[in-house]
Design a protein around this ligand. Sequence first.
Ligand code: MGD
Ligand code: MGD
Ligand code: SF4
Ligand code: MO
Length: 714
Amino acid sequence: MSTRTVHTVCSHDCPDSCGVLVTIDAAGKATRVQGDPSHPVTRGFLCGKVAKYLDRVYAPDRLLYPMRRRKGAPKGPGRELDAFERISWDEALDEVARRLQQVSDEHGSEAILPYSYAGTIGLLGYGSMDRRFFHRLGASQLGRTICSATGGEALESVYGIKYGTEPEQFAHARLILAWGANVHGNNIHLWPFIEEARRNGAKLVVIDPYQTRTAALADWHIPIHPGTDAALALGMMHVLVRDGLCDLEYIRENTTGFDRLAEHVEEYTPERVAGITGLSAAEVEQLARMYGTTQPAVIRMNYGVQRSENGGTAARAIAMLPALTGAWRYAGGGFQLSTSGGFPFDKQALERPDLMKSSPLGRPSRVLNMSLLGQVLAASEPPVKALFVYNSNPAAIAPDQAAVLRGLARPDLFTVVHEQFLTDTADYADILLPATTFLEHRDIQGAYGHYYLQLSEQAVEPLGEARPNVWLFSQLAQRMGFAEPCFRDSIDDLIRQALHEGKEQPATFRGITLELLEKQPTQRLRLHEETADGKEKPWLPFAQGPFPTASGKIELYSEPLAKRGADALPTFRPPRESRLGREGSPYPLEFLARKADNYMNSTFVNLPGHRKLETAYNGVLEMHPDDAAERGVTDGASVVAWNGRGSLPLVARISRKVGRGVVAGRLHWNKLSAAGHNVNLLTGQHLTDLAGGPALYSVLVDVRLADSLTNSGD
Ligand SMILES: Nc1nc2c(c(=O)[nH]1)N[C@H]1C(S)=C(S)[C@@H](COP(=O)(O)OP(=O)(O)OC[C@H]3O[C@@H](n4cnc5c(=O)[nH]c(N)nc54)[C@H](O)[C@@H]3O)O[C@H]1N2
Ligand SMILES: Nc1nc2c(c(=O)[nH]1)N[C@H]1C(S)=C(S)[C@@H](COP(=O)(O)OP(=O)(O)OC[C@H]3O[C@@H](n4cnc5c(=O)[nH]c(N)nc54)[C@H](O)[C@@H]3O)O[C@H]1N2
Ligand code: SF4
Ligand SMILES: [Mo]
């Protein structure tokens, strides 16, 4: 057989979910990856991270065999693979099953905690057989809050569902606000649509405390003070109401609570908002008037906003703006945070929460918040005695790293890690299991940045003895003696269940079956109606109600939140770790513990080619010249950024990418960093105002010159 091409989907945690074509040679080896040109949104190109994906798949440091920690080898970094001995899959599965059973017998099944996030966002790899397994086991449930839960709850509180403007429609916008959204770095496939709009005269405004590539390319960059977005949105509302720029007809028909909101925003005058956000009053006016007088106007808010302590409220307030101006009526107008509400997969069938009833507990188990991993491992009742990590690298990505690492180092904690590489977390494993990449298994995938469902075919045989998540948890279920037939479901069974095949399918999935996906792997969700003459109508998700909220309207005032004692109307409160909320704190600088443009959270950091592209930022702290001068810090100086949670050695880069009072660093691997820690040494376990997310972007630090440290970050 000669070469062939297989359709796959990039499964990294990115809004774009690119279609990826993989070329396979006669020997079954992948020789090339390229963007699928027929994908209407991702249109044939890949980001720099994945364009070199074969470097990752065939990396010499891939984990290829199950391994067990050698007797006496201490947990933690420093010994690489020497700490482990190779074992067979049979031995590994037997041992894991035996140890989990033992923990369950001795401490109760809730002493077992799965820890997973979005290493793959392939539907089955992200959550299917694994969920079934832990539900049946009676393990603690994991509150998956680390990324988007806060913003998701905010959006649902206003609109009832996570829908947003289609990316294709951005081309028709006249005004685009990228609000806490690093489009160019994190969501590159939206960029060509924005450029198309700009060629037709649209303006791009970026609201971000950091001058990202997106901001540098914008018509107007507003370097807002971190955590003050709610105030800006409320100030914009003040001007919209005051100057009669609201679409009162839209508001009357579709929203509830407008009168109360209008009264509430009276106090958010441009002058007051200026004092909070760092903009001038004239800029607040200008932004509000620009937004209120331009249609179609679209807001691309990404998850940057909701990572601050009161980010849930901020996200709510920003999400309300298009409801006030009626921007939802226009093709190319509206708002996008996530499109995931477009994919009504049958989660009940996939995850089977009902299996908790058949567990030793006989009831739903407790939920432990993944953003509090440090605390959870230090103290919970019953204590966590077994941790099963997959799709995640908590040693690097979870906040308050010192606490997390203390927990992972506990000798009495039995830790399983299913991974592709020897990550910072894998260094703490008792049993280390090799996982496949998206080229090596079949899955289906929705997206959170567009409305196409795709089949990701298996392109190559698994490397070494690497195995997919579904296989692992199915095998473990057999080892544990779980008799339910669902544990023997194949990947294809799971796909059919997810699509509600054989049942009444939700309207947006109508006719989408595995069989169809095998013929045409990219399927547009059935959202669009046709006009009488056969043309397609633009899909306007919120042009009119009813809305899936309690009131059936867009909720500008939220009764459900009021009932929980939360702010029914969005109200600005400064994060405690911020310049306005710091009262008594000795740490004056706001620290942005950012993502890297050339990594995906902590993924790709181990690959030399990717690391090279990030050279300018690895181990670097960006500082405003005035903040640096005050501390005698010069460009290239070794510094320490510190707070009550830790001291992190970094190299200073004097930069106007950050404003006065803000410093920034980027995610990395601990063990490839100078002092064995990354930026999460400084982030904390304080939570956001909605859904218990991590306040990763509400962090105060101070910075001083290092005594005599040299930094080896490459
Ligand atoms: N290259 C790359 N792409 C990625 C990722 C990656 O690590 N690298 N991660 C992926 C993941 S997991 C996600 S969730 C998405 C997230 O995509 P984004 O939401 O775009 O991600 P962030 O970089 O967290 O935040 C966006 C911007 O918000 C800014 N920001 C921080 N605090 C505030 C604030 O208080 N107000 C405002 N207005 N802005 C603020 C940050 O400076 C940042 O530039 O990206 C995905 N894509
Ligand atoms: N300081 C700071 N901290 C952050 C963030 C930040 O912006 N700043 N961002 C936060 C956000 S938005 C997120 S989403 C989280 C992300 O946190 P994580 O979801 O933990 O993301 P990654 O760091 O990409 O680690 C995912 C791991 O899963 C592995 N993996 C990939 N595919 C598979 C698979 O099929 N099976 C198995 N078993 N493993 C697989 C990869 O090799 C990788 O090591 O980090 C959060 N932490
Ligand atoms: S990381 Fe995002 S942009 Fe890059 S290939 Fe994957 S889906 Fe596309
Ligand atoms: Mo994320």
